[in-house]
Ligand binder design. Structure first.
Ligand code: ARG
Length: 607
């Protein structure tokens, strides 16, 4: 049997599960048991276990004694919280995670983690060279994100959706869910009428010669102006819509051409940002829309309203009804989403649907969910999340626009990022030590990393100010700071001429050093990783993962300031290597790298 196998057996014996333990869950379980034993008459007692805010109060804390005492007193048994805490303590089983408990203040129970446990878990991560995901029940998840509209601009809002959606997908894939990433692009609808009519006028030979449209946005604007000003054009545009919906070949071809031009632009952005997403736009649901309308109608779920056909959710009259059929007989965004949700649940067999769009659409998704429940498409076991986000503001705190008031083009924004990132690297004289290729890699990683990170680090529910100056700052919670931090951490072992593989070998005979207060503090931070990941998979708020990265980097700095890993003599020669500490630096790098990969950041070898 290999050492690994032995260790894993020991792990299962000690901890009941492999080496990716949610400390929160394990401690909560422990306290739940103790509380149930101490107070068998209280059903569903409050079990509150959290990370301690202050090291004075241990590593974790159980704060259940106060609400319990309250509950007991209300039901006639007068007790003070401290006695309740004592009672709970006396019923706690021993745990391999816990070094000791103590009661403090009014009745808090402070929990101190055991170093052996930390030693064991971190060694396993080191041996694997990776952090295995915590266990979750596997689901079929559809993440609907990015979803720009053809011919309209792909604006910073879509950039937010792209970045957030990609990161959520990465995280759920890591947890082992079966994730389908879908780009629900707006490639259907009345705007195509005017686009096609304009195409016919401007490029009459479009069927034989691919029209050389460079800038679809300008093309869109031109056709919109004509649509608004020219009645005859407007009429033709409507006719084109009807023909498109009837799948007339020439018109369909024109539609395809326009979509292709847009698609190429979108794809450039995805390639640059390393984002994978499968296109399945609104047009895909055309035939399903007809079917769902018939179904809803035959089941009497639709209602007449001024010539429209509308649908209320489970509570009639609450919210805003969906418009399923317009008064002119046409379908809407609502119709396509009803068809789409049915397809995703019944054909794609998803258990969990995630929609990433601006917060402005939250009522739409609320009503969609409610209507889908009423129609029996969604069952109680399905999970639906609208992952909303706030608007992107410019540095003037107004909606993010160019100086001339136009929407900022994403490709230009990325170019600007590249330019600024290079400036930054040159400022730090990186161009003097890196090869041309390395410099280019660092430039891209910094530019795209900082744009993604600046988005993810903010609570997505809030609006955020887009500022290259801020995101390229190398102090504070920024991508630049973190990328530097990881590179620096990795360079420590390199200075000592020790490779990753050698480090991995050393784990078998050298314990990770956890004696020093700062070493142990760093280790405890790393051990929170499974809980952070599980938390994000619940609330889908990635800023907590960003904050965690920053906490790791800061705690590492504290450790590195106090604890020598390599000692050099005056001549600069290495005289002593503290292997146990190098192992701690390596496992820090492994965790940080894992977080980066979930956030879509690419580490830089040299910076
Ligand atoms: N195209 C829409 C927009 O730009 C977003 C689509 C989101 N997905 C959905 N199934 N409705 O706002």
């Amino acid at each position: 049997r290999t050492v690994e196998e032995q260790k894993n057996r020991l792990a299962s014996k000690l901890f009941g599960s492999p080496d990716v333990i949610s400390i929160n869950d394990t401690l909560s379980e422990l306290f739940r048991k103790a509380i149930n034993t101490a107070y068998p008459n209280i059903t569903d007692p409050p079990v509150v276990v959290t990370v301690s805010s202050n090291p004075k109060f241990g590593d974790y804390q159980c704060n259940s004694a106060m609400p319990l005492a309250h509950q007991l007193s209300n039901s006639g048994t007068k007790v003070i919280p401290r006695n309740v805490a004592n009672e709970i303590m006396s019923k706690l089983e021993t745990s391999p995670l816990v070094d000791k408990y103590e009661i403090a203040g009014a009745g808090y129970i402070n929990i101190y983690l055991k170093r052996d446990f930390g030693q064991f878990v971190l060694s396993n991560w080191l041996m694997a060279g990776d952090v295995p995901p915590p266990y979750v029940k596997k689901k079929r998840v559809i993440v609907d994100f990015s979803s720009p509209n053809i011919a309209k601009e792909m604006h910073v809002g879509h950039l937010r959706s792209t970045i957030i959606g990609d990161s959520i997908s990465r995280l759920l894939e890591y947890l082992g869910h079966n994730v389908l990433r879908l780009n629900h692009i707006g490639d259907w609808g009345t705007q195509f009428g005017m686009l096609i009519a304009h195409l016919q006028d401007k490029f009459p030979d479009y069927l034989t010669n691919v029209p050389p449209i460079q800038d679809l946005q300008t093309f869109y604007k031109e056709s919109k102006t004509r649509f608004d000003e020219d009645e005859e054009f407007k009429k033709r545009a409507y006719e084109c819509v009807i023909k498109l919906q009837a799948f007339e070949p020439d018109i369909t071809k024109a539609w395809k051409m326009i979509c292709d031009i847009s698609r190429k632009e979108f794809e450039k952005v995805y390639t640059r940002l390393d984002i994978k997403v499968t296109e399945r736009g609104e047009s895909f649901y055309q035939k399903y829309m007809e079917a769902i309308v018939k179904e809803l109608e035959s089941r009497n779920l639709l209602e007449e309203d001024n010539g429209r056909k509308i649908m209320w959710g489970e509570q009639h009259g609450s919210g805003v009804p969906l418009t399923i059929v317009k008064s002119d007989g046409g379908f809407t965004y609502d119709t396509s989403d009803m068809a789409c949700i049915k397809h995703r649940i019944e054909i794609e067999r998803a258990d969990w649907l995630i929609y990433v769009t601006d917060a402005g659409q939250s009522l739409h998704f609320q009503m969609l969910e409610s209507c889908a429940k009423r129609a029996g498409i969604l069952k109680s076991f399905h999970r639906v999340d609208h992952v909303g986000f706030g608007v992107v503001l410019g540095e003037d705190k107004k909606k993010f626009k160019t100086r001339s008031g136009d929407t900022v083009k994403l490709s230009e924004l990325l170019d600007e990022g590249l330019k600024r990132a290079l400036q930054k690297l040159k400022e730090k004289e990186r161009d003097k030590v890196l090869s041309e290729e390395e410099l280019k890699m660092a430039q891209e990683s910094v530019a795209y990393g900082c744009i993604k990170y600046a988005d993810l680090v903010h609570n997505r529910n809030h609006e955020y100010v887009f500022s290259f100056d801020k995101m390229l700052d190398d102090r504070g919670n920024t991508a630049v700071y973190l990328l530097y931090a990881l590179t620096r951490i990795r360079s420590i072992a390199r200075t000592a001429n020790i490779t990753k593989n050698e480090l991995r070998q050393h784990v078998h005979n050298t314990p990770i050093s956890l004696e020093h207060e700062k070493e142990w503090k760093l280790a405890k931070t790393l051990l929170k990783f499974p809980d952070v990941i599980l938390g994000v998979s619940e609330d889908l708020c990635l800023h907590t993962l960003c904050d965690f990265c920053y906490e790791i980097a800061c705690t590492f700095t504290e450790f590195y300031d106090k604890c020598y890993c390599i000692e050099k003599n005056q001549a600069g020669e290495i005289v002593k290597i503290n292997m146990g500490r190098l192992l701690l630096t390596e496992v820090t790098a492994i965790v940080l790298e894992k977080c980066f990969s979930l956030l879509g950041l690419k580490p830089v070898k040299q910076m």
